[in-house]
Design a protein around this ligand. Structure first.
Ligand code: GRF
Length: 203
């Protein structure tokens, strides 16, 4: 299956997916294209370095509809089956979502539905939760809302800062994202109401 990875920044989740492919933890998967809406995204440079097809589709000063149309064209051009948002800091249009039904996944650094939106780790810390983590979910038309594929937890320590908590969550993100993608690519699941039910390892 052909993955399209969308990012805007650092790209560590993209690199975790690339590593999982290299280590054969994502059988049958390859990264077909990496797209960034920012020219200066370190993740874009990292993709070039790995020799992957990688492009910037600049979003600055453009309408969402216009920008997403070009993103979609690129994804189709590279025959992408599954779109993986990996620190992609743009809300995508309903047309984009409809073009890939149940074929867009995202990772978010909190246990959804707690702390959607920006600065999730700061929100968690300020709320005073004792457990946080990350969520991999399908993307639907509401932000950070789609069906949850999997979650991983981390304990919040009394002396955590946004940085230390974010780093601990990020370690789990790098494990969770490839695992979740593997589950989706296996096709061995059903979605029952809002529930992602994996049928792997079942007789
Ligand atoms: C991650 O924390 C991810 O959960 C959030 O954005 C951050 C991206 O980090 N959606 P990276 O670019 O993958 O390193």
């Amino acid at each position: 299956k052909r993955l399209g990875v969308l990012l805007s920044g650092r790209g560590s989740n993209f690199l975790a997916i690339a590593r999982a492919i290299r280590e054969q933890r994502l059988p049958g998967a390859e990264i077909a294209v990496v797209l960034s809406n920012r020219e200066d995204a370190p993740g874009l440079a990292a993709a070039h370095k790995l020799g992957l097809p990688a492009f910037c589709v600049p979003s600055a000063g453009r309408s969402r509809v216009d920008h997403d149309a070009e993103m979609l064209a690129r994804l189709h051009q590279h025959k992408v089956d599954l779109v993986c948002l990996a620190g992609y800091m743009r809300v995508i249009t309903p047309d984009f979502i409809r073009a890939f039904p149940d074929r867009i996944v995202n990772i978010h650094p909190s246990l959804l539905p707690a702390f959607p939106g920006l600065d999730a780790q700061r929100q968690a810390l300020e709320y005073g939760v004792k457990i946080s983590g990350c969520t991999v979910h399908f993307v639907d038309e509401a932000v950070d809302h789609g069906v949850i594929i999997l979650q991983k937890t981390v304990h919040v320590k009394d002396d955590d800062t946004v940085e230390s908590l974010s780093a601990r969550i990020l370690e789990q993100e790098h494990i969770a994202y490839p695992e979740a993608i593997a589950r989706v690519l296996s096709g061995e699941y059903t979605i029952e109401d809002r529930r992602f039910v994996s049928h792997e390892n079942k007789a």
